[in-house]
Design a protein around this ligand. Structure first.
Ligand code: PEP
Ligand code: MG
Length: 586
């Protein structure tokens, strides 16, 4: 056992929940990062382009083999790899690299490196973390082509024959999907974030993963004992005996609770005194609906619709949107599907044609503001949603609302869309529930006025915390200050839930805060009717709700509202509900 002073804590981002303990296995490959630039003569340009095209062809072939061999549980995620397939020939990478070889007369490796960094720079200006993390996809695809160009062996994770924890600089979705569950306990990477496809795959495989550790591959050596705490997004290297023992216990508790939760996930989440909560899934792609169903979700609480607007040179046509929404709605019927309208901003309106001219994109022309400026684009989406609503239970959700005018304008556009559809002879349903995201402080402060215009609120704490505390949600340097239990956030939540109850409209939550076990007593006490989260979190949350008494939780919230610091609130939850919560505070 390593002496106590050697225990080292690395903090990253939780990619997939769970705890695992084991030996580290470094899987980093080398040689691809050092790219030499050299010039080629005019008569070598065509052969250099052919060399590049061949490398792309080989990379595509390798990827096709991975897709072919995907394990059953990842079949419905093959779309991620299919997207990578398309990216190989995307003009921002493929077209650009060829153009650079032709115009600058440089080697293919350098041209690809250049094309990749230009594409990544485009993504870096995007404020939405989901879209921003798509830059990782470009990087993975470029990596594969580069390995073929320079002749470096691909990482073959499927050959690892020991029970280990992978430690890598980065893992692509294709690599992650080759993980053999019986061998690999979990993985950690320097790069990546919560919204990366790699973490979506890890969550589907249900193996613990911590990403974005920055220096894991330097801090950890092969065969080091490490603890991966995917619940908290941290890694302990060379743990001392006491930590090891504590984590072995925690891991057992977590697994037992998870097994118990999964057994009962199809049953409703009813508190110990009979209050029913809807526990819903957040999804980004229609394919993720399977996960919502498999984990006992009571519907889709948030369908992020940005995915259809990416990696293309034109806005998607109405029929395409309609078909996609219809599929989700039909599969979920009679349970609700909450379709959120486009939550993008000007600099990523279409990923291939960025216009990054905003100094503060998070405060800029995004979401509803963007849609109300691009009315044609907005109406196309609204029409598709109204048409899909014929096929099941659809709710419409508007992001980033900060004024009543925005809601009124949208309602007007909805009416116009309905009239047009009627004139054109389409089947549609205008009689759908309409809600607003409460994710900026202004909307929380005018909740009483907004309640007059809509049927429900859905609190988006990811943004509400960011805008209330003035903490960029994707800035690692202030990540430790980002806390949904901050008294300012709690007070806003109380205000919004009280207003919703007074005005008799429903109130939901669809931010990450809803998926944390320790927040549940507070959320139940505040009177949320639905909580929406990553599908994999649903069973545990349902399980925990059954153990909490809602009437007690309501009284508890009164105490919570009197706290003046997040730390005090956390301590209060620990003191009052610690025994119920597996994940205790250290
Ligand atoms: C939120 O802001 O809490 C939310 C659910 O929306 P997104 O994470 O897509 O911004
Ligand atoms: Mg948001």
């Amino acid at each position: 056992m390593a002496p106590k002073e050697h225990e080292m804590l690395l903090k990253g981002i939780s990619g997939s929940p769970g705890i695992c303990i084991g030996k580290a296995y470094l899987v980093d490959r080398e040689g691809v990062d050092v790219i030499e630039k050299y010039y080629i003569s005019e008569d070598k340009v065509q052969s250099e382009i052919s060399r590049f095209k061949n490398a792309v062809k080989k990379a595509k072939k390798e990827l096709a083999e991975v897709i072919e061999g995907l394990p059953e549980e990842l079949r419905h995620h093959s779309y991620i790899l299919e997207t990578h397939m398309l990216l190989h020939k995307d003009k921002m990478l493929y077209g650009k690299a060829i153009e650079i070889i032709e115009t600058e007369k440089v080697n293919a490796e350098w041209a690809l490196k250049e094309a990749t960094s230009r594409a990544k720079a485009m993504f870096a200006n995007i404020s939405d973390p989901y879209l921003r993390s798509r830059s990782a996809d470009v990087e993975h695809v470029s990596d594969c082509i580069m390995r073929n160009l320079v002749g470096v062996q691909d990482l073959n994770i499927s050959n690892i024959d020991k029970r280990v924890i992978l430690v890598a600089h980065n893992l692509s979705p294709a690599e992650t999907s080759q993980i053999q569950l019986e061998r690999i306990k979990g993985f950690i990477t320097n790069r990546g974030g919560k919204a990366s496809h790699t973490s979506i795959i890890a969550r589907t495989l249900e193996i613990p993963a911590v990403l974005g550790l920055e220096n894991a591959t330097e801090a950890i050596e092969n065969d080091d004992i490490i603890i991966v705490d995917g619940n908290k997004g941290m890694v302990i290297v060379d743990p001392d005996e006491e930590t090891l023992f504590r984590y072995e216990e925690l891991s057992k508790q977590y697994e037992a609770q998870k097994a118990d939760a999964i057994r009962t996930s199809d049953q409703p989440a009813v508190s110990s005194d009979g209050v029913l909560l809807g526990i819903m899934g957040n999804i980004e792609m229609p394919e993720e609906l399977v996960a919502v169903k498999d984990h006992g979700g009571d519907g889709v609480g948030l369908l992020r619709t940005e995915f259809l607007y990416l990696n293309r040179s034109q806005y998607p046509p109405e029929d395409e949107l309609f078909e996609q929404y219809k599929e989700v709605v039909e599969l979920m019927d009679p349970k609700p599907v909450t379709i959120r309208t486009l939550d993008i901003n000007g600099d990523k309106e279409i990923s291939a044609v960025p216009t990054p001219d905003e100094a503060n994109p998070a405060l800029g022309l995004r979401a509803i503001r963007f849609c109300l400026k691009k009315r044609g684009v907005f109406k196309t989406q609204l029409r598709a949603i109204l048409r899909a609503a014929v096929h099941g239970y659809v709710r419409l959700l508007l992001p980033m609302i900060s004024s009543c005018e925005e809601v009124r304008e949208t309602l007007k556009l909805l009416d116009e869309s309905a009239e047009e559809l009627s004139r054109e002879g389409y089947a549609f349903n205008r009689d759908i529930e309409i809600g607003v995201m409460i994710e900026v402080p202004s909307s929380a402060l005018i909740a009483d006025a907004l309640a007059e215009l809509v049927d429900f609120f859905s609190i988006g704490t990811n943004d509400l915390v960011q805008y209330t505390l003035a903490i960029d949600r994707v800035n690692r340097h202030v990540a430790d200050l980002y806390n949904p239990l901050h008294p300012a956030v709690i007070r806003l939540l109380k205000m919004v839930t009280d207003t919703a109850h007074e005005k008799k409209i429903r109130v939901y939550m669809c931010g990450e805060m809803a998926a944390e076990l320790l927040n549940l007593p507070v959320l139940l006490g505040l009177g949320f009717e639905e909580l929406s989260m990553a599908p994999q979190s649903i069973p545990m949350i349902k399980n925990m709700i059954r153990k909490i008494n809602a009437a007690d939780a309501r009284k508890f919230v009164e105490k919570v509202c009197r706290q003046n610091s997040a730390l005090d609130t956390m301590q209060l939850i620990q003191d009052s509900y610690g025994d119920l919560l597996t994940q205790k505070f250290e």
